[in-house]
Design a protein around this ligand. Structure first.
Ligand code: 5RP
Length: 229
């Protein structure tokens, strides 16, 4: 695997985030993602709100909600929304056909709801996230705790090697009170099929394959902004 220059990667994340927030207009309901790249976009939106931009927002995680509120961004109840004008979120991997793996930060369920409701679902990334085939990054599977062994067994039947996500030497708990199984399927030939198979397992809330949910990926390669749509 190619080594990644962290300073370069951070500069690319910022450039992509700054390009994305230009798409936000007065009056928009904005879906706010989670992770280091989404955070850069939220910080910029915060500055724009302080300068007079009028938006309301839905947050994909508790930490995003706290961050957005710290800038005075009004947060709506995600569950009450039927449509979101625009969302800005990061990704762990994406392909040119706009399939993604997300959920490295554990916020996949709310991120997926936001992407599903968004008229314009924008993903912001550095160049390291672009892949020919998804699967070098494991697929996060959010599982109701009392079904986790069953889900492990079913993931294994689909060819995945699962690990129960840990944080600070404890089982990681999502904002929804669930566990995450990070499943290694190797490079994935048919992500759309795997997405359906995973979601059909009883006890799975959702998984980190985002298929057909993205309007555009805004990527910085350090020199240019490259848009995939
Ligand atoms: C969180 C996510 C993030 O968007 C993804 O992990 C990318 O994060 P980062 O921008 O920090 O690389 O899906 O659940």
């Amino acid at each position: 695997m190619a080594t990644i220059d962290k300073t370069q990667q951070d500069a690319e994340k910022l450039a992509a985030a700054l390009a994305a927030v230009k798409h936000v207009k007065d009056g928009d309901v904005v879906g706010l993602g989670t992770g280091s790249t989404a955070t850069l976009a939220i910080q910029e939106l915060g500055k724009m709100v302080r300068a007079g931009l009028k938006i309301t927002a839905a947050a994909s995680s508790i930490r995003t909600e706290v961050l957005a509120k710290s800038f005075g961004i009004e947060i709506l109840d995600l569950g009450s929304l039927s449509v979101i004008d625009i969302s800005i979120d990061g990704a762990d991997e994406f392909t040119e056909s706009l399939d993604l793996i997300k959920g490295g930060g554990g916020a996949l369920f709310r991120e997926k709801i936001i992407a599903t409701l968004s008229k314009n679902a924008i993903i912001v990334t550095d160049a390291s996230k672009k892949v020919k085939k998804l699967g070098a990054f494991t697929v996060p599977v959010e599982v109701i705790p009392l079904a986790y062994q069953y889900v492990f067994d079913q993931v294994a039947k689909l060819g995945g090697k699962g690990i129960l996500r840990q944080a600070d030497h404890k089982t990681f708990i999502t904002d929804n009170g669930n566990y995450i199984i990070d499943a290694d399927f190797g490079l994935i030939d048919d992500p759309a099929k795997l997405n359906i198979s995973l979601n059909q397992i009883n006890g799975v809330l959702t998984n980190g394959l985002f298929i057909g949910l993205t309007s555009k990926v805004i990527m910085s390669d350090g020199t240019d902004i490259v848009i995939f749509e």
